[in-house]
Write a protein of this length. Structure first.
Ligand SMILES: Nc1nc2c(c(=O)[nH]1)N[C@H]1C(S)=C(S)[C@@H](COP(=O)(O)OP(=O)(O)OC[C@H]3O[C@@H](n4cnc5c(=O)[nH]c(N)nc54)[C@H](O)[C@@H]3O)O[C@H]1N2
Ligand SMILES: Nc1nc2c(c(=O)[nH]1)N[C@H]1C(S)=C(S)[C@@H](COP(=O)(O)OP(=O)(O)OC[C@H]3O[C@@H](n4cnc5c(=O)[nH]c(N)nc54)[C@H](O)[C@@H]3O)O[C@H]1N2
Ligand SMILES: [Mo]
Length: 746
């Protein structure tokens, strides 16, 4: 998220695509209402007429999976009418001409053919955004859970770049997140492809973190398999330097032919740590994978659907974890602000906080002393403040270094001093800071950087939270500069684009002697993100420069499968007429260590037997897999049954009446028994299911299998039992917004 929920108060227009905050972010929706009261226009683009759409000035319905078509369709009108911000593009964007060439193909007729949105609506939507600036662009899961999710999100960003809506208050790309610490979990890379702070997995990255942890890099290396199973740029690489299997594909890491798997063996043990299995697609195959494991461990306040989905007899452990109310420490909000939280209640029953459980494992494995070398431990609980100080010492890349526990606590204790629109403290002990010091909060805590409330905003000096686009991808490409031209943050002494800061660049600029002797000792030979003294960052900022250089935003990502976002039909599509022109990717031999199927699935026509598009999402009453919220009597009262939304036309054509029990059957051979909700919220040809239910499997009630007294009040079929194969070509996000189905009375 480049801006913040609060900053949306300053927007003149709000575009929401694949985002339904009335159900998924009801508190954040209040900020959108503030903007509406200030006169902002609201545009909602979604396959469904949602509770959010009910508040919109314009609602535009699209076919699931057609986001690129409709965004390029809107940009077609923007370019046609010269509504783009030419100055912004020439100074701060690389590759917009390539986008323009792709957009030219999306004439109004083609946009309507692919997305279903008629020219009149698409033009009105484009005009709404072009004539009301600054405008914010909000997207959520409707855009990301696709094989081309990365194309969708990049098309959204290109749209904002074209209008010059980036780096300004009231503008930006604002992605409403899921759980309260999704941003923090991402920043720490609780993922398979990077070390904390997006350092990647190269030897240099491991060496940096080994220094921060004060561990011998050679010892860290011995923790990994030294054999190689794949190549990078023609050279063999070991698992330590290659992304592991992402959670979306864990089933395949168990079931896939081991000879096709880029690691020594299949996965034999699985920890589901705060994870609901019914949140993942291919439920029937997951049951198989669960049963094939040697060991299954569930670390959760609830037994979850993991307790009932499989028929394991042994080797299954349930470790009760506390909830966030029983621990304390910092979490990171969507707008990159860190917030300190206190413990509300002592841990209930025998449950333990997650970090205590983790420490106890490290003890069993024999490396607890290394895990907590500079972290005090009380009664097996690592001290949270010390963990915070440790990441402060390492995460220079994104400026997670200035938010010391002391500063975070000061913000928490002085909430009332912060302005609720600008997030800036007006007087008081944190005067001038932005709430939670949204990252990047550069340098050390002593430097007192206030945090960066808006990314890439050149109207303020970097020292006061200003910024520009990163020089992350080199300084030149095909003879063209990648650096910003004639644009820099206020007070930047270079006054134009410049590369990332290194010790050498400081020397070249004659700024090296601005470092103290202590800083020089750590900074020599290093760059802005590996200098553990923070001196390079401090001096760059002193001269008004962003430590990561000043470049253009790239609208062409030459390292991705589709450098300029293009439309591709979903794997399971009922628009066979579009497959030839907009085919999916070729199958891939190895991505995140596993083969990935694309074309081999799309090649087969499922549409005759499974004519309806099946999409999925959220209800305000329940959260995620839903075991926690379906165990809450007040919420359970409000949504007592799993259901599927069906348009009256499809209901009538399939002998279905509102409230009837029906089967929804998917193309991979499974079906779920649910209640029909007949409604025009969905268009003919599209059905929608919430994914929060579990405890029924293909018509069978599994209530008896829950440990005594732990069954949630409400059980139901998991939508993901019938959601199918399909993974984003870069991130491997599952395709849970777009599959096919048929429906019939049960
Ligand atoms: N009550 C509640 N709140 C939650 C959650 C919860 O489980 N319950 N979960 C949290 C989490 S983890 C997240 S990530 C967020 C998610 O928040 P959202 O993404 O807003 O929620 P969803 O309902 O999954 O999807 C949003 C919309 O995408 C639409 N959609 C479906 N297919 C497409 C498509 O192809 N293109 C487009 N443009 N739109 C499409 C759906 O119709 C839906 O209205 O919510 C968070 N908030
Ligand atoms: N079909 C379909 N599938 C989807 C989606 C969709 O839109 N459609 N959305 C996807 C998205 S965006 C997401 S984020 C996932 C969500 O998927 P998950 O993250 O797997 O689901 P949740 O149920 O939100 O949370 C998982 C578990 O965390 C436990 N928990 C709560 N607090 C704590 C704690 O402090 N410690 C521990 N250890 N556990 C705790 C809860 O009891 C719960 O069982 O679902 C995905 N799946
Ligand atoms: Mo999410």
């Amino acid at each position: 998220m480049t801006n913040s929920y609060n900053d949306i108060h300053n927007s003149k227009a709000m575009l929401l695509i694949g985002s339904n905050p009335a159900e998924a972010h009801p508190v954040s929706l209040q900020h959108l209402f503030r903007a509406k009261e200030n006169g902002a226009k609201m545009l909602v683009i979604d396959p469904r007429y949602t509770r959010t759409a009910a508040h919109a000035d314009q609602f535009m319905r699209i076919r699931p999976g057609s986001d690129v078509a409709v965004i390029w369709g809107m940009m077609w009108h923007i370019f046609e009418n010269g509504w783009e911000d030419k100055k912004f593009i020439s100074q701060r964007v690389y590759g917009m001409d390539d986008v323009r060439a792709e957009v030219a193909k999306w004439t109004p007729d083609e946009v309507e053919r692919v997305s279903g949105a008629p020219e009149k609506e698409v033009r009105a939507a484009a005009e709404l955004m072009a004539k009301h600036k600054p405008g914010t662009f909000i997207w959520c899961m409707g855009g990301t859970q696709h094989t081309i999710g990365n194309n969708n999100t990049r098309a959204y960003c290109a749209f904002q770049l074209a209008l010059g809506n980036m780096g300004v208050s009231g503008g930006g790309a604002n992605i409403f997140r899921g759980h309260d610490n999704v941003q923090g979990a991402t920043d720490f890379c609780v993922l398979s492809h990077s070390l904390p702070g997006y350092y990647g997995l190269s030897a240099g990255a491991w060496k940096h973190w080994s220094k921060v942890w004060d561990l011998d890099y050679e010892w860290v290396k011995t923790r990994f398999d030294q054999d190689s199973y794949e190549e990078k740029k023609g050279k063999p690489v070991t698992p330590m330097n290659t992304p592991g299997v992402p959670v979306s594909r864990w089933i395949d890491s168990v079931l896939e032919d081991k000879n096709l798997f880029a690691q020594r063996d299949n996965v034999k043990a699985m920890f589901l740590w705060g994870h609901a299995p019914n949140s993942q697609t291919r439920g029937v195959e997951m049951k198989k994978a669960m049963e094939k494991l040697d060991m299954l461990v569930i670390i959760d306040p609830y037994p979850t659907a993991s307790a009932v989905m499989h028929d394991r007899k042994d080797g299954t452990y349930l470790l009760p974890a506390t909830t966030q109310f029983e621990t304390h420490g910092s979490v990171t909000a969507s707008n990159r602000s860190l917030q300190w939280r206190d413990r509300i209640i002592e841990p209930l029953f025998e449950s333990l906080p997650d970090h205590t459980i983790m420490y106890k494992f490290a003890k069993k494995f024999g490396y607890a002393d290394k895990l907590c070398k500079h972290i005090a431990v009380n009664n097996d609980e690592p001290v949270i403040e010390d963990i915070t100080r440790e990441f402060n010492k390492g995460m220079w890349t994104i400026g997670y270094t200035g938010q010391s526990p002391e500063r975070l606590k000061q913000h928490q204790q002085n909430w009332h001093t912060f302005n609720t629109t600008s997030l800036k403290a007006e007087g008081g002990p944190a005067n001038g800071d932005y709430y939670g010091m949204p990252w990047p909060c550069w340098g050390t805590a002593e430097m007192k950087h206030p945090g960066t409330p808006l990314l890439y905003d050149t109207s303020k000096p970097v020292a006061e939270g200003g910024l520009n686009f990163r020089a992350r991808f080199g300084v030149e490409r095909n003879g063209e500069t990648l650096l910003a031209e004639g644009s820099a943050p206020v007070g930047n002494e270079i006054g134009d684009g410049h590369p990332e800061f290194t010790a050498d660049l400081l020397k070249k600029l004659g700024w090296w002697d601005d470092l103290t002797a202590d800083e020089k000792a750590l900074a020599d030979g290093k760059n802005w993100k590996t200098d553990r003294s923070g001196g390079i960052q401090r001096v760059a900022i002193k001269h008004g420069c962003a430590p990561f250089g000043n470049a253009k935003a790239r609208a062409v990502v030459w390292t991705f499968p589709d450098p300029v976002p293009i439309h591709r039909e979903p794997l399971y599509t009922n628009r066979r007429d579009l497959v030839e022109k907009y085919p999916t990717y070729e199958d891939r031999k190895s991505h995140y260590r596993l083969p990935v199927r694309y074309q081999s699935i799309q090649a087969k026509n499922y549409a005759d037997d499974f004519p309806l598009i099946h999409t999925s999402g959220r209800l305000v009453e329940y959260e995620g897999g839903g075991d926690e919220s379906r165990s809450n009597p007040w919420l359970a009262e409000l949504q007592q049954e799993m259901f599927t939304e069906i348009n009256p036309v499809d209901a009538n054509n399939n002998n279905i009446q509102d409230g009837m029990a029906i089967w929804v059957e998917g193309p991979e051979g499974s079906r779920i028994r649910v209640k029909a909700m007949v409604t025009d919220r969905v268009a003919p040809g599209v059905v929608f299911s919430p994914f929060h239910f579990a405890g029924h499997m293909q018509g069978k009630d599994l209530r008896d299998k829950y440990p005594k007294g732990s069954d949630p009040y409400v059980l139901g079929e998991a939508a993901n039992t019938v959601f199918t194969y399909g993974y984003d070509s870069v991130t491997q996000m599952q395709e849970s917004k777009c599959t096919l189905c048929k429906i019939y009375p049960a």
